[in-house]
Design a protein around this ligand. Structure first.
Ligand code: GDG
Length: 478
């Protein structure tokens, strides 16, 4: 394929390799809001490509097409997977950007490999983009890519979007190589964040650490030598979900039947409480289980009447903090079931595996209460998916104040998950909420989510980016 006018760059390509029983392999698109949103913007672009890692190590894979997308794989070595991805991305940046819930680890060799891996992505993106094209870089793994692309391809317009929080100055200041990270990001024309607070945290860091002039949303990057100064914008673009998918699934008779079947399999409890998370220390699963366990212990929740389901999707299983978290959660669930489960049915039905989206939707449809108790979360899509699945306008969303979603979903039952007493009260309040109040809240939540879907998110970001690109070429002509 010739070079594309729109190039998306993300750590992962939007595909997984599936191996058939006969040993043959094929690529299938991995489901998710980002992929759906990107598919639709890529379809509308003159020509588009997605640059990213295919998931293995030391494998050279030629560019290929799937559905309507042109994919350009970036090869990572086993050392890069260990030091760039598992190390600097997931064991340094991830905990630091999530309020240091876990201790960030830092090794200078991780940083060196992070730089080299970022360069691979930048080179691949620069080579894949047409003259004057647009590149949209995603997430914390690729923070050096904007500047690297700019030095290779000054003609292109560059955007970057952070899916996770951007930390306050006091925390970001701890990051070794913090100047390089900020300079890497400032290669972009537009930097997108989940919350207003994240954008402000970023501009504050730039002012304090690099000493550049900046207001809340605009930063003046001084030009070197004869170069003009550049203006970089930092704004919030809260990500969302593809609501049409949930609209369809919730009307599918097979999904409706599955929701009914799940309730029956649980012994038809009066109420079902649900948690769905990647098994990650940021999601507050331990706090949730502590509150729920105390409610069982206090006798405030009768396990004959209420069942909790916890789906904990496997995640980053080679990183120590994740191994330890899994052990702790499984020990707690085992103890609680041992202490409280009636014969033949669990007090907490715990699953450490992934489910098809039809099952996830059926779970949302049968849950009277969903608990989102993240200690810090960029957005949290589970909250929005639950709302989108409640065609009956019933159900209660208990939502941590420390999620990006809490800025938008004001009609949820908002909680501070660190306050176990408050969390317990919120769970009891949710279980006892009248149908009228549930309906009032759910209607308001549904309006918010349906008016702000992921297609609108992508279109808003790209329109702002195009505007920045337009301003830049006008300045260049002057
Ligand atoms: C990052 C940020 C931000 C989970 N288990 C299964 C499954 N899931 C799906 C959910 C949801 C997604 O995974 C999880 O999204 P979250 O937003 O909750 O969290 P992260 O993975 O941490 O994502 C986050 C997001 O990026 C987007 O910007 O919101 O703050 O941390 O869609 O439904 N899906 C299926 N089976 C499962 O078992 N099919």
């Amino acid at each position: 394929m010739s070079r594309a006018s729109l190039v998306v760059v993300a750590n992962r390509l939007p595909v997984d390799r599936k191996t058939a029983p006969d040993g043959s392999t094929e690529w299938v698109t991995s489901p998710g809001g980002l992929v759906t949103a990107m598919e639709s913007v890529m379809r509308n672009a003159e020509s588009a490509a997605w640059v990213g890692w295919a998931g293995g190590a030391d494998e050279d894979i030629a560019p290929f097409d799937i559905d309507t997308m042109h994919l350009v794989p970036v090869t990572l070595t086993a050392e890069e997977v260990e030091k760039y991805y598992e190390g600097f991305s997931n064991d340094t940046l991830w905990p630091l950007y999530h309020d240091v819930i876990a201790d960030p680890n830092f090794h200078r060799t991780w940083w060196d490999v992070y730089v080299e891996a970022n360069r691979k992505f930048a080179k691949a993106a620069a080579a894949a983009t047409a003259e004057g094209g647009t590149i949209w870089v995603h997430d914390y793994q690729l923070q050096l890519v904007p500047e690297m692309i700019r030095s290779l391809r000054p003609d292109v317009t560059i955007g970057w979007f952070n899916h996770i929080p951007f930390p306050p100055f006091e925390l970001f200041a701890q990051l070794p190589k913090r100047d390089s990270v900020l300079r890497g990001l400032l290669g972009a024309d537009l930097l997108g964040f989940q919350r207003e607070r994240d954008a402000i945290n970023f501009t504050t860091c730039v002012r304090q650490i690099l000493g550049y002039r900046a207001n809340e949303h605009q930063i003046i990057v001084p030009g070197l030598g004869l170069e003009d100064d550049r203006t970089v914008e930092a704004r919030c673009f809260p990500i969302s979900i593809d609501v049409s998918v949930y609209d369809e699934l919730t009307k599918d008779p097979a999904v409706l039947a599955r929701a009914k079947e799940i309730r029956e399999q649980l012994g038809n409890p009066k109420k079902v409480v649900l948690g769905v998370d990647r098994l990650d220390y940021t999601k507050g699963i331990r706090h949730r289980l502590k509150a729920y366990g105390e409610l069982l212990n206090d006798g405030a929740i009768d396990p004959h009447e209420v069942t909790m389901i916890q789906v904990a999707t496997p995640s980053r299983e080679r990183v120590d903090a994740y191994k330890q978290l899994r052990d702790e959660i499984e020990l707690t669930v085992g103890r609680l079931n041992g202490d409280f489960a009636p014969i033949g049915r669990p007090a907490i039905s715990y699953m450490h595996r992934t489910f098809p989206r039809t099952d996830m939707t059926a779970l949302y449809m049968c849950a009277d209460v969903v608990l989102v108790t993240s200690l810090r979360d960029g957005m949290n899509l589970v909250a929005k998916e639950y709302v989108a699945s409640r065609i009956d306008e019933r159900g209660v969303l208990v939502l941590s104040e420390f999620t990006g979603a809490a800025d938008e979903l004001r009609a949820a039952t908002l909680v501070n998950p660190h306050d176990i007493d408050e969390l317990k009260s919120a769970i009891l309040h949710a279980l006892a909420m009248s149908e009228e109040e549930q309906q009032d809240n759910m209607r308001s939540l549904r309006r918010q989510v349906f008016d702000h879907d992921v297609q609108r998110w992508a279109a808003d970001f790209l329109e702002s980016l195009e505007r920045m690109g337009g301003d830049r070429s006008e300045e260049a002509r002057k």
